[in-house]
Design a binder for this molecule. Structure first.
Ligand code: TYC
Length: 161
């Protein structure tokens, strides 16, 4: 998972390339100037790559002599958890208010907002949108605050997908 495996031929050109890379790293380590005496070098001979990516020659079980396996490991980006923001029906909040909420906080057109509002009205619950945690939380807070200020009992909640 998240690993790439390359076969390097240590008897051929890749040996030279890998040797040069390792050599350059060692040289730069050995001759690194004292941090208090010299400013950081503007350029370095060492290849720059993302910190989490390491290239390390590893001798494993089944390789032929002179052949090593080079594994590059990089962090696999994970998808964020997603949350549904839902509106609940009640008997008192005016339909126009709910349509306004859907247009104002969930970027719905009048037609989309009316359809969602009627679906909530008929089925009891309806989805306004799907967001990452912080955005969903913010939407719920904004809707509840708007309803509270207008003294409507409208309820807005979020649930993990
Ligand atoms: N049921 C409300 C009414 O008849 C309208 C309504 C729709 C209320 C959706 C809340 O989330 C809601 N006035």
């Amino acid at each position: 998972m998240g690993e790439e495996t390359l076969i390097a031929d240590w008897t051929g050109l890749n040996f030279l390339r890998a040797g040069a890379l390792v050599g350059a790293r060692w040289l730069s380590r050995l001759f690194r100037p004292h941090p208090k005496l010299a400013p950081a070098p503007v350029a370095s001979i060492v290849t720059v790559r993302p910190m989490a990516m390491a290239i390390e020659p590893t001798r494993r079980g089944g390789e032929a002599p002179g052949v090593a396996v080079v594994t590059k490991t990089r962090p696999k980006p994970k998808r964020p958890n997603m949350y549904r923001v839902l509106l609940l029906n009640d008997d008192y909040t005016p339909m126009e208010f709910v349509v306004g909420v859907l247009q104002g906080f969930f970027n719905k057109t009048l037609e989309e907002a009316t359809e969602i509002m009627l679906s909530v009205h008929n089925k009891g619950v309806g989805e306004c949108g799907v967001y990452t945690f912080e955005i969903a939380e913010t939407k719920v807070t904004q809707v509840m605050e708007q309803a509270r200020k207008s003294q409507h009992p409208l309820q807005c909640v979020m649930e993990k997908k």
